[in-house]
Design a protein. Structure first.
Length: 305
């Protein structure tokens, strides 16, 4: 026969103890305000920049909507729970993806529209010598979900390879090779044309490890002379968005990102009149982009043996 446990005098009953950990993880709440990804918020907590109810926060803390949270001594603004903004940026080579660079190099954040509240969070990164599509959002939860290794979101790159490439090399890159940080492979390789020792390919990855495209080709004794990302998930880089320019994503595209992340879709907050004027100036009188601009027409996949 089972016995019912009786709490000793002064002991917290089990039901109340369970309620003591109610609420959401602090880093998740902070990320949702648009301050940064969960990982970045965890670093802020470890650095002592976050306080809850006047005390220094710790990793593992949970908070409710009634708790007073402050960052660097300033009260936290209410999270824009029902609205989000997402933009696409065409990164040129020679820019870094950090907010500040010790070497004084230009960062990708310098040309983005200014926000009155929250901040832009990059969805993934591109290295200094890689150009192409970068996505930014004000929703830290969305950014974190899209960058998580379990998301399995396709990233497509246009790459110019220097050297002799044969079918055996392509097959090895599809089957998988061992890099210093583990096995890696392309899920698709398409011929992009070219003459001489330089040849173009379109390649697809399902993850975003550091310099992974370059390292895969280098594992076969080849050199990547140019690299550009042309697609992230279901978002292609439009031909009208030239290097150094940004454009607001359409509501349909934003919805697609939330569906990829398996998160509830949020309302899109439209850009301001001033931002619209900036977009009009940077695009000038260019023609409207064609559907799926920024890449060549659909191609026959390279079949695995």
């Amino acid at each position: 026969m089972s016995r019912r446990r009786v709490s000793a005098p002064g002991e917290t009953p089990p039901a109340e103890a369970a309620g003591a950990v109610a609420g959401e993880k602090l880093q998740k709440v902070l990320a949702r305000t648009g301050l940064g990804s969960r990982r970045e918020m965890e670093r802020w907590i470890e650095e002592g920049r976050v306080e809850v109810e006047g005390r220094r926060a710790s990793l593992g803390d949970r908070v409710s909507g009634r708790d007073r949270i402050s960052i660097d001594g300033k009260p936290l603004e209410a999270a824009p729970a029902e609205q989000t903004r997402c933009i696409i940026y065409h990164k040129p080579t020679g820019e870094v993806c950090s907010r500040k660079d010790p070497q004084g190099r230009r960062t990708v954040f310098e040309r983005l529209p200014k926000l009155k509240s929250g901040r832009w969070i990059s969805i993934g990164r591109l290295d200094f010598n890689t150009s192409g599509l970068l996505l930014f959002t004000t929703d830290g939860e969305l950014a974190n979900a899209l960058m998580h290794p379990s998301s399995n979101i396709e990233r497509e790159y246009m790459v110019r390879v220097m050297g002799a490439v044969d079918e055996d090399i392509l097959q090895r890159l599809l089957d998988g090779v061992m890099l210093e940080d583990g096995a890696a492979r392309f899920t698709d390789i398409q011929d992009g044309g070219g003459d001489g020792i330089n040849h173009w390919y379109y390649v697809v990855l399902m993850e975003g490890r550091n310099r992974e495209v370059r390292r895969l080709w280098e594992s076969q004794g080849l050199t990547v002379s140019r690299l550009k990302r042309v697609r992230y998930g279901n978002v292609f880089i439009p031909s009208r968005v030239k290097q150094g320019q940004w454009a607001e994503l359409e509501p349909k595209e934003v919805k697609g990102l939330y569906e990829l992340a398996q998160l509830p879709v949020k309302q899109v907050k439209r850009n301001t009149v001033k931002e619209k004027e900036v977009m009009e100036r940077q695009f000038g009188k260019r023609k409207a982009p064609a559907a799926n601009a920024g890449r060549k027409p659909p191609r026959r996949p390279h079949k695995s043996r």
